[in-house]
Every structure is written in C-alpha cells, then in structure tokens.
Design a protein around this ligand. Structure first.
Ligand code: T46
Length: 138
C-alpha cells in the first residue's frame, strides 16, 4: 500500500520541543498546499475518497485521530497521536479520517493545489480503477 510513517527529528531543549519540515527533505515532495482540520465533531468520519495523483503528509499536531487506508485489496488503520510523526499517503489509496479527539488539529501538507478532478469519491469506482490498472500492468 502506498503509505508510510515518517518519524520527524525533534529539536528539544529546556524551552520545549520543535519540529522543522522542509520540502524534498522530511516531506518527500514539493509542498504546494497546506490545510488543516479542527473542531471536528464527535463521531464524524470524513474523507471517503482516493486521489489519482496527489501525495500528502498528514500530521496530527494536537490531539489525536485515526486514519483508515484501503488500496482496493488491503486495509490499514493508523493512529496519529503525536506531532513528531507524519503519515505519507500516495496516490490510489482510499482514506477515511475518524475518532478525532475534541482538541484534534490535523495538518496536511500536499503536493498539488486543490483540484476536484483528482478525487475519486465513489468506492466501487475506486476498486474498479485499481483492478483495471493492475490488469493493464500484467
Ligand atoms: C484528503 C483528506 C485527508 C478547499 O477549498 N481547498 C482544499 O485544499 C481542501 C482540502 C478543501 N477545500 C474545500 C472543499 C470542501 O468544500 O473544503 C471543503 C472540505 O473538503 P473535503 O470535503 O474534501 O475534506 P475531507 O476531509 O473529506 O478531505 C480532505 C482533503 O480534501 C483530501 O484531499 O486527502 O482531507
């Protein structure tokens, strides 16, 4: 599955902690967009899509939340509960975000500007696309 956890270097001293992120370094792409989610309601589940090309790194900079990932064959649940690591998600991975703590702030660094045509929002269509791509590759 096209995802990985990235453990960020921490710069800590007696004043507290600091994490620095640079494009093409800690973040494995050029950063073209930043957005964040906060005040997410209790029991809210959001996302429900995959991206054709977009790469992203999700960081829960405060609080915690969970991410459901699905590549059309396997699923994986990831808990984001620290500002010191990020979840890289590449293309062709279905994602749903859930179990947000009330104070959660989910920061997302993205490789492209917002483009609605890059979204696959229908799960059946997503699975069909994956199967078709795999068939063409073999
Ligand atoms: C993703 C997950 C992790 C914009 O106008 N610009 C933007 O850059 C974004 C991300 C959203 N929007 C607008 C579009 C919608 O009217 O904000 C509204 C909420 O976006 P959306 O329903 O797409 O949010 P999620 O939580 O379903 O998904 C978002 C990202 O869209 C998506 O790329 O991977 O977070």
């Amino acid at each position: 599955m096209n995802y990985k956890m990235i453990d960020f270097q921490k710069h800590g001293d007696d004043r507290g902690m600091l994490v620095a992120l640079e494009e093409n370094k800690e973040i494995p792409f050029q950063i073209k967009r930043v957005y964040y989610m906060f005040e997410t309601g209790e029991n809210v589940r959001r996302g429900y899509h995959a991206h054709k090309h977009l790469e992203q790194v999700l960081i829960c900079v405060q609080g915690k939340c969970k991410i459901h990932l699905d590549d059309g064959y396997l699923t994986k649940e990831v808990c984001l509960d620290s500002p010191t690591y990020g979840l890289y998600i590449g293309n062709d991975v279905w994602r749903e975000m859930y179990d947000f703590s009330t104070n959660a702030v989910l920061l997302v660094l993205a490789s492209e500007i917002y483009d609605e045509t890059d979204y696959i929002r229908d799960y059946q269509r997503f699975v069909e696309l994956i199967r078709r791509q795999d068939k063409n590759e073999n």
